[in-house]
Design a protein around this ligand. Structure first.
Ligand code: URA
Length: 444
C-alpha cells in the first residue's frame, strides 16, 4: 500500500477500504507517515467527504490507536454523555449524580475547556481536594462504589486523534463533519460505555451554528455509535444564549448544586432532566425518555440526587461539604455589575461573547496549557425575554485582584455587546430542537 495512492483515491472522490484507512491512521500514529501526507489527505477528505462506512472505519482506527478502557467489571449498562460544547453548560455536573441516583451507573471521561466553552474537569477542580486523575482501575472502583465518577482522559486515550486534531487546527480542516464526528466518537468508544447520549448544540455559542449542520453531525455520530454496537442517540439543543445564569468554574458548580437541590434555573433544570431521561432510556432503565424524566424529578425532590453528588465528591477525595455550603468554593475578590444603558426587553444575549468575556476574566484558556482562575466568570441577572430598566444590572463580572485591568475592561465591553435590548417583548428561544435515534431525525 502507498500513502500517495490513498491520497490520490480520496482526492478523486473514491471510497477507501477499511484496510487503507487503518494503514493510514496506524502509520500516522506511529510516526512512519509524515504530517505533510496526512495534511494532504485531510484536505482531500474535507472536500470529498466520506461514506458512512468509511467514517466508521476511520473512527475505529482512531479509537484503537491507544489504550481502551474496559468497564466490564461494573454491573449494569454504563451510560456516558457528551456535549459538543456550550457556554454555562454544567449539565454533566448535574447528570452524573442525577442519573446514578436512579440506579444507572455513569463513568464519564471529560476534558478541559478551550476557548470560550468550558470543560467539566476545570469545573470539578473548583471543589477543594477533588481528584479527576484516577487511574482506569480507580475509575472502575469508584463507579462500583457509588455508581458515578468523572475523570480526565488518560494520556494514551486515542493518541492518533490528538495528533490529527493538532494537524487539522493548523491546516484549516477542523470543520469537516466526518473529521469532527470520528474525532469525538473515537474518544467515546475508547472510554468504554455501552450507551451514549450526545448533546449537539446549535446557535451562537456552538460549534455548529446552523440547525441543519447540527442534525447532520448528530446523525453521523449516531450512525457511528450504532455501527460500533453502542446504544446511541443525540439531542439537538439551542445555544443562542448561555445555559443557566453562571459562566465560570466555581460559579457553575454552585449552580449545579442549586439544580440538584431543585432550585436551579429553569432552562438548565429542563435540559438536565431531558438529557437524563434519555440516558435512562438508552440504558434500558425506562421504556421512554419521558418516563425517565419523571423518575429523575423524584430523585431531585427526594434529595437522592444531591446525596449522590456528595458521595461522588467524597469518593474522588473532594470536600463534600461544598454541597451544603457553596461558600467553601473559590470566590472572586471583586464582583462588578454591568448595567443597562436603556430600557426595553432583552432580545439577544450572545453566548459566544459571554463565553469570551468569562475567558478574559480568567475562567477559560485561550491556549491549551494556560492556567485559569477557578473563581472568575460571569453571572447573568437578565436573559432573553426579560424586561429591563435603564441602569438595572444585566450581569456581574467576577474577578480577582490578579486579573489585569485591560482584560477586565474588555470583558465588560464584550458583555455589554452580548446584550441587545429592544422595545418589543420577546419570547425565549426554544431549547429543545430535535433528536436523532435509530429511527433517524426528529424535529421537536
Ligand atoms: N471536539 C473534538 O473532540 N474533536 C473535533 O474534531 C471537534 C470537537
Amino acid at each position: 500500500m502507498r500513502v500517495y495512492d490513498i491520497i490520490l483515491k480520496k482526492r478523486g472522490g473514491g471510497e477507501l477500504s477499511g484496510e487503507e484507512i487503518a494503514y493510514l491512521i496506524a502509520g500516522y500514529s506511529a510516526g512512519t507517515i509524515p504530517d505533510y501526507q496526512l495534511s494532504a489527505f485531510a484536505m482531500a477528505l474535507y472536500f470529498q467527504g466520506m461514506s458512512r462506512r468509511e467514517i466508521l472505519d476511520l473512527t475505529l482506527a482512531l479509537a484503537n490507536s491507544g489504550e481502551t478502557v474496559s468497564l466490564s467489571g461494573i454491573p449494569g449498562v454504563i451510560v456516558d454523555k457528551h456535549s459538543t460544547g456550550g457556554v454555562g453548560d454544567s449539565t454533566t455536573l448535574i447528570l452524573v449524580p442525577l442519573v446514578a441516583s436512579a440506579g444507572v451507573p455513569v463513568a464519564k471521561m471529560s476534558g478541559r475547556g478551550l476557548g470560550h466553552t468550558g470543560g467539566t474537569l476545570d469545573k470539578l477542580a473548583a471543589i477543594p481536594g477533588f481528584r479527576s486523575d484516577l487511574s482506569p482501575e480507580e475509575l472502575v472502583g469508584a463507579v462500583q462504589k457509588t455508581g458515578a465518577a468523572v475523570v480526565g482522559q488518560t494520556e494514551n486515550l486515542v493518541p492518533a486523534d490528538k495528533k490529527l486534531y493538532a494537524l487539522r487546527d493548523l491546516t484549516a480542516t477542523v470543520d469537516s463533519i466526518p473529521l469532527i464526528a470520528s474525532s469525538i466518537m473515537s474518544k467515546k468508544l475508547a472510554a468504554g460505555a455501552a450507551a451514549l447520549l450526545l448533546d449537539v448544540k446549535t446557535g451562537d455559542g456552538a460549534f455548529m451554528n446552523e440547525l441543519e449542520d447540527a442534525f447532520t453531525l448528530a446523525e453521523t455520530m449516531v450512525q457511528i455509535g450504532l455501527g460500533a454496537g453502542r446504544e446511541t442517540a443525540a439531542v439537538i439543543t439551542g445555544m443562542e444564549q448561555p445555559l443557566g445564569r453562571a459562566v465560570g468554574n466555581a460559579l457553575e458548580v454552585a449552580e449545579a448544586i442549586l439544580t440538584l437541590q431543585g432550585q436551579g434555573p429553569t432552562d438548565l433544570t429542563a435540559l438536565a432532566l431531558y438529557l437524563g431521561g434519555w440516558m435512562l432510556f438508552l440504558a434500558g432503565k425506562v421504556s421512554h425518555p419521558q418516563e425517565g424524566r419523571t423518575l429523575l424529578e423524584k430523585k431531585i425532590a427526594g434529595g437522592a440526587a444531591l446525596e449522590k453528588f456528595r458521595e461522588m465528591i467524597r469518593t474522588q477525595h473532594g470536600n463534600a461539604a461544598v454541597v451544603d455550603d457553596p461558600g467553601l468554593l473559590p470566590r472572586a475578590a471583586v464582583v462588578v455589575p454591568v448595567r443597562a444603558a436603556r430600557s426595553g426587553y432583552i432580545c439577544r444575549l450572545g453566548a459566544g461573547q459571554v463565553g469570551r468575556a468569562a475567558m478574559l476574566l480568567g475562567a477559560g484558556r485561550l491556549n491549551a496549557g494556560d492556567s485559569i482562575d477557578l473563581a472568575a466568570g460571569v453571572t447573568l441577572a437578565k436573559k432573553i425575554g426579560d424586561p429591563v430598566e435603564t441602569g438595572e444590572v444585566l450581569a456581574y463580572l467576577h474577578l480577582n485582584g490578579t486579573s489585569e485591568k485591560e482584560p477586565a475592561l474588555t470583558a465588560g465591553r464584550l458583555l455589554l455587546e452580548a446584550y441587545e435590548i429592544g422595545a418589543a417583548p420577546v419570547v425565549e428561544p426554544e431549547l429543545l430542537r430535535g433528536y436523532v435515534d435509530r429511527g433517524g431525525r426528529h424535529h421537536i
